[in-house]
Each structure stands twice: as C-alpha cells, then as structure tokens.
Design a protein around this ligand. Structure first.
Ligand code: F6R
Length: 608
C-alpha cells in the first residue's frame, strides 16, 4: 500500500528510484512522484496514472539530475488520485520533501493548527501536514525536527524525507508500515520492500517502529525517537535475483501459479521427518500443544479463506474447536477467549494493518500468537510469539496464489501435528496423511498442465455478468477463494455460496446461461451437491464441476467437468484451487485486464 524508494550515492538517483518503484508498483499504482535534490533545489515531478507516465515525463529519470532523492507510488487514501495529491509533498519554500505510506490519523487538528499559523495547503492529503510540520519544527537540525514531528503525529507511517539544506543526507522513519534500508557499494537505499533494491544490494536493515535513519552516500546511522544513536545488525537477503522478475511469463500471476509445486515442497520439506511432523518454530512441546483448547484463526482476504479451510481440517482431524475471524471484525467484536486459546494469524505480507492489530490485541490479552507469514522479518513475523514461515518467496502479483497455497499446507501440517499429539489419529493415519501431503506438488503440476483446456473454457465467459461458486464443507472454503480470484482480477461479479444455501435467496439471480462453478471433492457430500446442481440447472444455469475422478455421476449432472487427482479429502482444496485460479486468470486475460495490478487494489494493506 504505497511504495517508497529513496537513494543517496554516487550514481544519478532518479533512474535508480524509478527502477525501484517499478518493482513496488504492486503496492499502489494510481499515481507516482519523485523529488531529487539537483545541487541547488529540490526538483519534483508527479503524475497521475501508472508509473510509466512519470517515466515518460522524465525519460526514465534521465532528465532529473542529482545524486539523492525520494520517490513514491500511491494507493490513494486521503484525496482522489491526482497530480496534486500525489507524493512527494513539500513545505511552502520547497526546501523539505516527504513521501509517506500509511495514515496520519490526527491530521485534521494538526492541519487546523498549521493553518492558524499561516501555512497554506495545496492537497487534500494527510501527508502534506508532515511537510509543513517538519518546516515548523526545523531550525537547522533535521533529526530534531523529525523526532519532534514523531511526538506529535498519531497513526501509521513509513517516510522518506529530504532537506535541501542537507544535501548529503536523506532520512527514513517508520511506525506500523514496512520500511527497510539497504547499504550498497554505490550508495544507500530506502524501500518499502526488498525487491526494490535487490538489484543493488543484499545488505538490508529492518527499521523498527519509531526509529529514524540518517542515510549518507557511504553509510547510515540509526536513532531512537529521543535522538539517541542505536546500533543495528544488517541482514543478508538470500533471495534468488530472478524471484522478483517475470522470467518469460506473461504475468507475475501466471509465474506464481507455476511456482506452487515448489512453494509447497519448500514449505513442507523442512517440517516433515519420515512419518513425523516437526515444527520447531512453534516453540511448544507436544504436551503444550495437546493442552490447546481452542484456536482463533484471524486473517484478511485470501489468508482468511485459507483460515476457513484450516477450520475444517483442524476440527476434522484434531477435534479442537476453531473460530475463524476476518481481522477487521475480530478487533472490535470483543471475542470471548479462554485459558488454553491459541491465536493463529495468517498473512502473506506480514504487514496487513488489521491482522497486525488482531495480533497485538490477542497478545495484550495474554494469549500466545502463532504467525503463518510469508515475508521474512515483517512486522507480524517479528511480533508473533512464534512464526511458521511459508516459503513462497516474493509474491508480486496483487492477487495471491502461491502464498495462499503455502498457507494451506502450513495449516494441514499443523492439523496433523495437533491430531497426533492429541491422539485423535494414530501413527498409521498420520503416515498416510503425510504421504498425501508429499504428493501434492506433483498433483498440482499435473493440474497446471491443463491450462489450455481451462483457457478455452474461460474464453467463453469473458462477457459474463455474474458467476457463482458453490460447494459444501471444505469445498465451500475453496469456493470463497475461487470466487475472489475471479472477481478481483477480471471484474466479473461473483459470489460464493455454501451449496445448500443458494436456494435461500440467491438462486433468484440464476438466469439462462449463468455459470455456476460447483466444487465437489468430499465423497460423503457428492450426492448432496448434485442435488444443488440440479436445482440451478433447472433455472437455466450452466454448470462447471470441479470434482474427483471417481465421482462418475457428476459427468451427467454437470455440463463441463474438471477432474482432480485423488488425495485425502482434507487436502482437496490444494488441488481444487488450481483450475479455479487458472479460470479467473484466463477470464481476466481474455477481457484484457491488467492481471497483476487490478484496479483499486494494492498488495499489502497497511491501513485499516
Ligand atoms: C487476494 C489477496 C488479498 C490478501 C489480503 C491479506 O488475492 O491477495 O485478499 O490475501 O489482503 O493480505 P496478507 O496475506 O498480506 O495479510
């Protein structure tokens, strides 16, 4: 949600900053801007629209001379996307420039105070308050001005700041929004996320809440909010440099779908030892795990959908009650928690504001929190009591695929582990489940091989108005995710329903030719789902079924069938999601949508 890049060093800054912003465009893409100190003044360029507009305006940054600067891609919160509302924002004398990710919650009273003191505002943003407030406190010492501002503002922020009077330094600071700094041989960098600077350096420092970083071309210093210098250890990023590149695929989303077999192998392998699941990162003994009385799974969007699957699998295998909450609801509903409750927060980015707030709420109440997180070193990973990493690597497409699949298998491992320590399954059953887990990557590979078939089918629905997804039990969980994948990238309206629920209202929306995607992977429920298919077909629906090969009755009941390889019914979501992802993807491609950057969205939602 908004991307920040800053650079100071011996090379021309603007092309480096634009290059970094391009890697962060998944964080926001309704406008972009850049400020460069050109040796005398701060030169600023801003443009509404994709980053390419700004790139064209500045010839890839070549027209902006100077060795230090800050840049931003925006996902609008306060004020519509426009040149004026784009970042950077400057003080009136144009000597201080700021880029911001997050929200300044008390910007209205601050704006009033500043206006009363004669400051004039040009934009509708909360960020402009920061530029004027910095101006107000600046008496020649940037660090002093920044820390004074930090004491006054409430909310969340990651900031890059430039002072024209200090041409040898740029500043970075954050609170509850991601920000890293990097040290390279040609200079130092600020970035919202690692991919922006991976090309230039692998030595990064994670900036903690309310730390201020002063970056020069040869190094950086870290300060507390009270201006005390602090020492930090760098982290070496060992990602494959291609991980954040498209590698010949048309879209990151397609590439990431194809990375799912590897992602699953990487996530399960370190935790499977013969017929046992060993999750050292839990830091819990078998006895402690066996004593868990209730689980609360909390997450947003697709991660929430993974949690819904987790509920079915954990309750089914380990017989522990599981509540699943959307994070933005969990915080404010005063959930009833009891001794022995364990909270699991799931997040790809590890920065989602609502999920992070749910984590903090749970810890404040004295409950242990386990994070299932993809981004190493992210806020959730650091603040959780224990963290089970999903080894999906960088996920660039806004719509999640591989990270979601990794979340599913992380939950399966947890379910089997809990079931073993609680004695709800015996060793033979655990061994069989583990064998099925190990088979998932190859089975997914097989399903990905059906992409042309799904593409041909999807092409028939590029003009669809509404598409419904139905399923029972665990198939309902995957219907939720299949429906979200389709609608978020193709803009085709879609809803997911528990198959038995459709006739309680929504069936009135079924018209001649409406596509209903029915997922049916649970042998005990085959017949029930077929009854629901019959109901929608009687109202004119065209039914695509996603089911197991053995479910022969589905051939006749539906109009089009996609068959899944045989696995344990508890793991079927991992297979069923593949044709659903491909379907959503190809409908979007067929419509000419910008698949990797769907309108109005951003990858990491760091505001409430
Ligand atoms: C959908 C999608 C979102 C995220 C949600 C949570 O494709 O990507 O729904 O799943 O915003 O994000 P994380 O997992 O980063 O907390």
């Amino acid at each position: 949600m908004c991307g920040i890049v800053g650079y100071i060093g011996s090379r021309q800054a603007a092309p480096i900053i634009l290059d970094g912003l391009a890697k962060l465009e998944y964080r926001g893409y309704d406008s972009a801007g850049i400020a460069i100190y050109d040796g005398e003044n701060i030169e600023m360029r801003k443009a509404v629209g994709r980053l390419s507009v700004l790139e064209n305006l500045t010839h890839g940054g070549e027209t902006m001379k100077g060795y230090m600067g800050i840049g931003h891609t925006r996902w609008a919160t306060h004020g519509a996307p426009s040149d004026t509302n784009s970042h950077p924002h400057m003080n009136t004398s144009e000597t201080i420039a700021v880029v911001h990710n997050g929200i300044i919650e008390n910007y209205i009273p601050l704006k009033k105070k500043l206006t009363d003191r004669g400051y004039t505002f040009l934009s509708e943003t909360d960020t402009e308050v920061l530029a004027h407030l910095l101006d107000y406190y600046y008496k020649g010492n940037p660090l002093e001005a920044i820390t004074k501002v930090l004491h006054r503002v409430e909310g969340s922020y990651a900031l890059g700041i430039l002072f024209a009077e200090h041409p040898d330094e740029i500043y970075a600071v954050r609170k509850d929004c991601p920000l890293i700094v990097g040290a390279g041989s040609d200079g130092c960098f600020i970035a919202s996320d690692v991919p922006a600077i991976l090309k230039y350096t692998r030595t990064v420092y994670y900036v903690e809440n309310q730390e201020v970083v002063k970056l020069g071309k040869d190094g950086m210093q870290f300060y507390s909010v009270d201006e005390e210098e602090i020492t930090k250890e760098p982290v070496t990023i060992d990602w494959d440099a291609n991980a954040a590149e498209k590698a010949g695929y048309e879209h990151f989303m397609l590439k990431e779908m194809y990375e799912q077999p590897k992602t699953i192998t990487d996530t399960i392998s370190p935790r499977l030892q013969d017929d046992r699941i060993v999750i050292e990162e839990l830091h819990m003994t078998d006895e402690e795990l066996a004593a868990v009385k209730r689980l609360h799974i909390v997450a947003c969007g697709s991660a929430y959908h993974a949690g819904v699957t987790g509920k079915y699998v954990i309750e089914g295998l380990a017989r522990i009650p599981v509540e699943v909450d959307v994070a933005s609801e969990f915080r404010y509903r005063n959930p009833i928690m009891e001794e022995g409750s364990l909270v699991i927060v799931i997040s790809q980015s590890g920065e989602t504001a609502d999920t992070l707030a749910a984590l903090r709420e749970s810890r404040d109440r004295g409950y242990k929190v386990l994070g299932i997180v993809n981004v190493v070193g992210s806020s959730i990973a650091r603040e959780a009591d224990a963290c089970l990493y999903t080894w999906a690597g960088p996920e660039i497409a806004v719509a999640t695929t591989k990270a979601y699949s990794a979340q599913l298998v992380a939950l399966y491992m947890l379910a089997v582990k809990l079931a073993q320590v609680r004695g709800t399954i015996d060793d033979a059953a655990a061994a069989e489940l583990i064998r099925d887990l190990r088979r998932l990557p190859d089975q997914i590979e097989l399903l990905l091989g059906q992409k042309e078939k799904i593409q041909r089918f999807a092409n028939r629905y590029v003009g669809a108005k509404d598409i419904f997804f139905i399923g029972r039990g665990i198939d309902y969980a995957i219907s939720l995710e299949g429906s979200l994948k389709l609608k978020e990238i193709s803009y085709v309206h879609s809803e997911a329903y528990a198959a038995g629920e459709l006739k309680h209202g929504t069936i009135s929306l079924i018209e001649d030719g409406t596509l209903v995607v029915a997922v049916s992977t649970q042998p005990a429920l085959y017949q029930k789902t077929i009854s629901n298919i019959v109901e929608v077909k009687a109202r004119g629906a065209f039914v695509m079924a996603v089911t197991n090969e053995e479910n022969k009755a589905m051939e006749k009941a539906s109009d089009y069938c996609v068959y899944l390889p045989e696995t344990n019914p508890y793991f079927s979501n991992s297979l069923a999601i593949i044709p659903l992802q491909l379907f959503g993807y190809y409908v979007a491609v067929g419509k000419g949508c910008d698949v990797d950057k769907p309108r109005n969205l951003a990858k990491s939602v760091t505001v409430e």
